[in-house]
Design a protein around this ligand. Structure first.
Ligand SMILES: [Zn+2]
Length: 305
């Protein structure tokens, strides 16, 4: 997960149409949860100009660069309700159906992160109390369909991180997982929100561990190994080795800013400190090569390479 900026004032028209407002009123007035599955919400995410396609999915795909908000893999995305719409697992809360048109409650997710059994699904644990629509919606607010997640989060204090509100860098880190042979995500905050987010969305499932490791191996480890091999065989001089290491670090720095690539947070994390780089990117090198690569990395970060 990485921080994403979404303009909450630029709302897809399908979410603020009169039809959407009428549907929401119908659910609230009748308290009929079946309407959430049937009438409301799916059809109302479609384009209002008559053209084909799902306006909300398309907008979210654009903003999130077709990546899942939670695991950051590029994938077919589905609309995920940050606050579950139908019910809240292990509680008697009837779900946040009144937020099914709230732009800040809609995130793009892959199937795996949000699936029932092994994914987020209806999980939404909070530190305080789960709010109902009666707690915070006035009639006027229903008409504007606006109860932003920032406001709700400030009261409920949910454990699940919200990529448009929280700064994931403050909660999440990575490490090589020797047992599972991959790169694990770990929580680093004292409140436990990082760890809880990982467990809710199952962000250490085996395919993710391996795909993160593939990134490290394909884009970092292998390239550095190639440079060492060329140097030892005398194919390149020490000066060229130094220049090519610098170019590689620059490329990695460019990639960490490239939102279109998967695992933006991991890319940032690897390049953030010499310690991170050492533990994640070059642990497969020989001890001597590790020392040399680390010295080059430090020089690059100091601006002396
Ligand atoms: Zn995902």
């Amino acid at each position: 997960m990485r921080k994403v900026v979404k303009d909450l004032d630029n709302i897809p028209t399908s979410l603020i149409s009169q039809e959407a407002i009428d549907s929401l009123r119908n659910v609230i007035d009748t308290k009929d949860n079946n309407l959430i599955k049937a009438d409301i919400y799916r059809g109302k995410y479609l384009k209002t100009d008559g053209s084909k396609g799902d306006e909300v999915v398309e907008e979210l795909a654009k903003i999130y660069h077709e990546k899942c908000a939670y695991c950051e893999e590029r994938t077919l995305i589905y609309i995920e309700h940050y606050r579950p719409k139908g019910r809240v697992q292990t509680t008697k809360h009837g779900g946040y159906y009144w937020l099914c048109y709230e732009w800040s409650n809609l995130l793009p997710s892959c199937h795996e992160c949000n699936k029932i059994g092994g994914g987020k699904a209806d999980q939404f644990p909070v530190s305080n109390k789960h709010l109902t629509y009666a707690d915070c919606l006035t009639d006027q607010q229903i008409d504007s369909l606006k109860v932003k997640a920032t406001y709700l989060n400030s009261i409920e204090a949910p454990f699940l991180l919200h990529p448009e509100i929280d700064e994931p860098k403050d909660f999440l880190a990575f490490e090589i997982d020797a047992n599972k042979n991959g790169v694990s995500m770990i929580g680093i905050d004292e409140t436990g929100r990082g760890d809880k987010t990982i467990s809710i969305c199952n962000l250490n499932r085996q395919p993710l561990l391996l795909n993160r490791l593939d990134y490290i191996n394909d884009y970092v480890n292998t390239e550095i190994k190639k440079l060492f091999a060329k140097l030892s065989k005398g194919i390149i001089s020490k000066e060229t080795f130094s220049e090519e290491m610098k170019e590689l670090f620059q490329e990695l720095d460019n990639q960490k800013m490239d939102e279109k690539r998967p695992f933006t947070l991991l890319r940032w994390f690897v390049m953030e400190s010499a310690d991170n780089f050492h533990k994640l990117a070059i642990s497969n090198l020989s001890r001597n090569e590790q020392e040399v690569a680390l010295a080059f990395f430090k020089a690059y970060k100091n601006g002396t390479l």
